[in-house]
Each structure stands twice: as structure tokens, then as C-alpha cells.
Design a protein around this ligand. Structure first.
Ligand code: MLT
Length: 323
């Protein structure tokens, strides 16, 4: 009797999941960006949302839910209904580093379903124009000579810009005073105003201000120069050999979202990534497309797990305190 009931229940759940997927989407979808509007995450999500709407036939909204290095926004999605209507936009910081820093009320791997890997970009070391250094070597010497640690803007503990700052400390032996913001858009405003000294920022966020000369760009954290910033040397060329970091992004949905719904969201995102106009907008921001063979949900899941293995030891060794 019990087995019969369980089998019937299983069949009913499968039928409901399939029915949900058949009608999906029947109303607007929300992509939760866990950082402030105007930043690199927000910019990528809005470009993607605009194109995914054409495939899905429903409005795709972007909602900025900030705080705690992005973990508040991610948590909002983790606890949302697993129906495909609430999507988590995140990256190396929110979906890897946060797990090594915060006591999260969710598991970054088992409480989310991966949807698709998104474009990535190297970081760029940028400073206020008030900083006298003209090269990366001069910047590192200036940082080492300071009586007090320089102020480095981040998007909060565990954000990509914070992890990059920790990595920069480890690679140079300097100490930074991290100043958290709700995203690197407000951090960049303060950098331009000379309120903070530097950011190890996503290239896509700083590139326009470097080009405009309102901030100074020293090097990109890659082994080759960025096509969108050919005059900025690599860290290898600038004297900090091997200081490489790529900040990748992705989309996730709550655990339990029907596979058919995940597949529809994945297909809409992949169609957007293959759209030449979308590719041109991403390229102008210095964003690199993910490899074509890494666009399945499984590929993002495998990548996230590998990045946890790669980054958690360095992050945990930094003993980040959450004041
Ligand atoms: C970060 O992790 O630094 C974020 O990407 C900043 C942002 O998107 O505002």
C-alpha cells in the first residue's frame, strides 16, 4: 500500500513538473543581481535579460539585492520557489568565495541548480589619479612605503574585487585596508573622487574610466593583453609575474527547479550569448565569451566545484574577519 502511494505521489510530482515546464514561462522572470546597479554584474545581467526576453517571450527583470558580498541576494534566490521565475546571477565571488567566508544558511552547490556559464574578464589594478605611481612596480613600492595601509574599494567581503584584493596582498606582501561598497559602481565613483586609493576591479567595470583618464590602469591579471585595452600591460609584463585571475559569471536557480525549466532558461541564455549584437556589447566591455563546449548546466556545476577547490585554501588562509 505504502509503495503504491509513493509511486503515485512520484508520478503526480513528475506530472506537475512537466506541466509547469510546458507552460513555462507564463509570467515575468526576475534575475537577482547581488550588487548595486551600474556595476559589472548589473551590466552583464541587463544585456543578457534584454535578449533572453526575445526567446522566452516574457519580460526578464533585473532586481538588485545587495549586501554581505552578494550573499544576501544569492540567499533570496536559494529560498525562492523552484519554478524558474527567480534566477541568481553570480560569479567567482558570490558562488565560490562567499562559502569560504560567511556562515551561509544555504549550500552554494547543493541548494542551487546551475543553468549556464557566462562571459568572464580579467581584473585590472586601478588607482585614483591622486596616487603618484605611474607603473605597477612604482605602485607596489608606494604601497609598501606607506605608514598606513592604502584604502582598496571592494563590493564587500567575499566579492570578486575583495578576493582579487586578497590575492594582490598575497602576491605582493602588502597590506590593504578594504573598504566595502554595495558594488564596484559606487566604489569606482569614490575612486574617481579620490576617496579611496585603488581597486582590483573587473576590467569591464573600470575600462571606460581608464580610457577617459579619470583613473589610472596599471595591469590586467592575465597572460595576454585585453583586446579592449591593448595599451594596458599584463601583470607579467608589469613585473608581477603569475598574478592572474579571471572573474567568470553564471546563472543558477533554486534546487528542485524542473530540469525542463532549467533547459529552457539555458537555451535562452545560450541564444543570447550567440547573438552577434550581444557578443559585440560584451566585447566592448572587455568580456570574453565562455567556450562553446562549456555552456551546459553540468559544465557550470563542474566549473564551480573546481573553483571552490582552487580558491578556498587562499581565502581561508586570509582569515577574513567580518566586522
Ligand atoms: C564584485 O564582485 O566586485 C562585483 O562584481 C561588483 C559588482 O558587480 O558591482
Amino acid at each position: 500500500m505504502r509503495k503504491t502511494v509513493l509511486l503515485a505521489l512520484g508520478a503526480l510530482l513528475a506530472f506537475c513538473g512537466s506541466a509547469l515546464a510546458d507552460n513555462f514561462p507564463s509570467r515575468p522572470i526576475t534575475i537577482v543581481v547581488p550588487f548595486a546597479a551600474g556595476g559589472p554584474s548589473d551590466a552583464m545581467a541587463r544585456i543578457l535579460a534584454e535578449r533572453m526576453k526575445l526567446t522566452l517571450g516574457r519580460t526578464v527583470l533585473v532586481e538588485n539585492i545587495t549586501g554581505a558580498g552578494g550573499s544576501i541576494g544569492v540567499g533570496r534566490v536559494v529560498h525562492a520557489a523552484p519554478d524558474g521565475y527567480t534566477i541568481s546571477f553570480g560569479h567567482l565571488g558570490t558562488h565560490v568565495a562567499n562559502g569560504a567566508i560567511y556562515k551561509l544558511d544555504y549550500d552554494l552547490v547543493t541548494d542551487l541548480e546551475p543553468v549556464v556559464l557566462l562571459p568572464s574578464n580579467p581584473m585590472i589594478i586601478v588607482s585614483s589619479k591622486a596616487v603618484p605611481a605611474k607603473t605597477l612596480k612604482e605602485l607596489i613600492a608606494w604601497l609598501k612605503a606607506r605608514p598606513e595601509p592604502a584604502a582598496a574599494g571592494t563590493a564587500g567581503a567575499g566579492s570578486g574585487s575583495h578576493i582579487a584584493g586578497l590575492y594582490f596582498e598575497k602576491a605582493t606582501g602588502i597590506k590593504l585596508q578594504f573598504v566595502p561598497y554595495r558594488g564596484t559602481a559606487p566604489a569606482l565613483n569614490d575612486l574617481m573622487a579620490g576617496q579611496i586609493d585603488l581597486i582590483v576591479d573587473q576590467l569591464s567595470n573600470s575600462i571606460n574610466q581608464v580610457r577617459a583618464g579619470t583613473i589610472r590602469g596599471y595591469a590586467v591579471t592575465d597572460d595576454k593583453r585585453a583586446a579592449s585595452a591593448p595599451d594596458i600591460p599584463t601583470t607579467d609584463e608589469a613585473g608581477l609575474s603569475g598574478f592572474h585571475m579571471t572573474l567568470w559569471s553564471g546563472l543558477w536557480v533554486p534546487k528542485g527547479t524542473p530540469k525542463e525549466v532549467v533547459a529552457k532558461l539555458n537555451a535562452a541564455a545560450v541564444e543570447a550569448l550567440n547573438d552577434p549584437q550581444v557578443q559585440q556589447r560584451f566585447a566592448s566591455l572587455g568580456l570574453q565569451m565562455p567556450p562553446a563546449d562549456k555552456l551546459t548546466p553540468q559544465a557550470l556545476g563542474d566549473w564551480q566545484k573546481a573553483e571552490i577547490v582552487k580558491w578556498w585554501p587562499m581565502i581561508k588562509a586570509a582569515h577574513v574577519t567580518l566586522d
